[in-house]
Design a protein around this ligand. Structure first.
Ligand code: KG4
Ligand code: ZN
Length: 377
C-alpha cells in the first residue's frame, strides 16, 4: 500500500510517501523543510510563525513529493497526519491539509501520535549507500528514487523504548505493536528542552542539542584535561524510572553566575557542555538499564530528537553490551531521529493493519481533530 504522511507538529514541515508491503518499505519521497533559521533569532519556536511557514511550504512540498515519488494522488491508499501532541497552530496546518486531501481524494485518513511516529522510526532501516540524499544547511532534505528498505524484523517484543525529544522524556514498555505502558517519565523538563535551555544560558544557538554536543566533542578531543566543573545527576539513585532535568539546568545557571567572567572562555564553555551532556546521558542510561533489568525486554530502542546525540547512542550501546548482553539494541537512522513524516507513515502502516477491520477511516476528515496534548493509547 502507498501512504502519504504529513508532519507539522513543531518547526519542520515534512511530507513523505512510502510504499509498504508486508516486511518491506520503500520510501519514495521524504522531504523535511526546517524552520530553524527563522526561530533561532527568538531562541525557540514561535508557534504562529511556525504555522505561517507551514502554510507557505506544505503544498509546494506535497507537490514535490509526488514528483519525486513519480506517482499520482489516485495511487495513494492512506493519508496519515500527526494529530498531536505539539503546537496547536502548527498542528492545525497539517491536519487541515490532510483532512482536505482525504475529503477531495476520497482516501482513508489516520491521525498519528507524534511519539508513536518517533518510536516507529526504528522500524525503518535502510541501506545508507543506496540513498539519494541532499542535506542543506538548514536541514532541508530530499530523497527520492527507488530505495528499498527493510522493516526491521530483528526488533523483538517486549521492547523498552527510551523516548528523548524536545517535549518528552519517557521510558515506554511495549509488549507488542502499538501497545504502550509508560513506566517512567520526566517530572519537569524534557531532555531536549534542557539542552535547549542550557544552550541559551551559555549563549549558544538554537536548537541546543547539536551545538552542545559539538562543544562537548571539542572538549573530548583534547586529552589530559582537568574537568573544571561538576554538575549533579538528578534522581540517578531514585528507585523509580522517572527523570528530572530542571535542577540540572539551574545548576548550570548557578555555575555560570559564579564564573560569569569565564563565559567568554571557549574551554570553559566546552567543559561545561561536556559535563552537562554527560550528566544527562548518565541519568538516561542508569534508568534505562535498571528498567531493563526489571522488565527484561528483548529489545531496547532509542527514539526522538535527542537520539541523534552521538555520545548517547554510543554509551547506551556500550552499557547494553556490558550489562544486558542478551538484549538487542536498536537506534533509528539519524535522518529519522529528528522530526520527519516517514516515521508517521511507518506508524500509520501498523495502525491501519490493526484497526481497519473494525473502523472505517474514510469519514475521518469529518472528525479528526488536532490535539496539542494528545495522549498515547
Ligand atoms: O524530536 P524532535 O525533533 O522534536 C520534538 O518532538 O520535540 O526533538 C528536538 C529536540 C531539541 O530539543 C533538540 O535540541 C534535540 O532534540 N536534539 C539533540 C540533538 N539533536 C537534536 N539533543 C542532543 N543532541 C543532539 N545531537
Ligand atoms: Zn519530535
Amino acid at each position: 500500500m502507498k501512504i502519504l504522511s504529513i508532519e507539522t507538529s513543531c518547526d519542520e514541515t515534512a511530507v513523505a510517501i512510502s510504499e509498504i508491503e508486508k516486511e518491506k518499505i520503500k520510501i519514495l519521497a521524504n522531504i523535511v523543510s526546517s524552520q530553524i533559521k527563522l526561530h533561532a533569532k527568538w531562541g525557540g519556536v514561535v508557534p504562529n510563525l511556525a504555522a505561517r511557514e507551514h502554510v507557505k511550504n506544505s503544498i509546494p512540498i506535497l507537490d514535490r513529493s509526488f514528483k519525486l515519488a513519480k506517482i499520482r494522488p489516485k495511487d495513494i491508499d492512506l493519508i496519515a497526519v500527526t494529530q498531536g501532541p505539539g503546537l496547536i497552530p502548527a498542528l492545525l496546518v497539517g491536519t487541515s491539509l490532510a483532512k482536505t486531501l482525504s475529503f477531495v481524494w476520497k482516501k482513508p485518513l489516520l491521525g498519528i501520535h507524534h511519539i508513536e511516529g518517533h518510536i516507529y522510526a526504528n522500524f525503518i532501516s535502510e541501506s545508507q549507500k543506496s540513498l539519494v540524499s541532499i542535506h542543506g544547511d538548514n536541514r532541508s532534505s530530499t530523497q527520492g528514487g527507488k530505495v528499498k528498505n527493510q522493516i526491521q524484523t530483528s526488533i523483538k517484543f517486549p521492547v523498552l523504548c527510551l523516548v528523548v525529544s524536545g517535549g518528552h522524556t519517557q521510558l515506554i514498555l511495549m509488549k507488542k505493536h502499538l501497545q504502550y505502558e509508560i513506566i517512567g517519565q520526566t517530572q519537569d523538563d524534557a531532555a531536549g528542552e534542557a539542552f535547549d535551555k542550557v544552550a541559551r544560558i551559555l549563549d549558544l544557538s538554537y536548537p541546543g542539542g547539536p551545538v552542545i554536543s559539538e562543544q562537548a566533542e571539542k572538549y573530548l578531543k583534547k586529552t589530559n584535561q582537568q574537568l573544571m566543573v561538576s554538575l549533579p545527576r538528578p534522581m540517578i539513585n531514585s528507585k523509580d524510572f522517572n527523570f528530572s532535568f530542571s535542577g540540572l539546568k539551574t545548576a548550570v545557571l548557578y555555575e555560570t553566575k559564579k564564573n560569569h567572567t569565564k563565559l567568554k572562555d571557549k574551554k570553559y564553555i566546552q567543559a561545561l557542555s561536556f559535563e552537562f551532556q554527560q550528566a544527562v546521558i548518565d541519568v538516561l542510561i542508569k534508568k534505562t538499564v535498571s528498567a531493563a533489568k526489571k522488565y527484561k525486554p528483548k529489545t531496547i530502542m532509542l527514539a526522538g530528537g535527542v537520539s541523534a546525540n552521538r555520545e548517547l547512542r554510543k554509551q547506551l550501546g556500550e552499557a547494553i553490551k556490558n550489562d544486558l548482553s542478551n538484549t538487542k539494541y536498536c537506534i533509528p537512522n539519524t535522518k529519522y531521529s529528528l522530526d520527519n513524516a516517514a516515521m508517521i507513515g511507518a506508524a500509520a502502516f501498523y495502525r491501519f493493519q490493526k484497526e481497519k477491520i473494525k473502523k472505517n477511516f474514510n469519514k475521518n476528515w469529518r472528525t479528526l481533530q488536532a490535539n496539542a496534548n494528545l495522549k498515547m493509547e
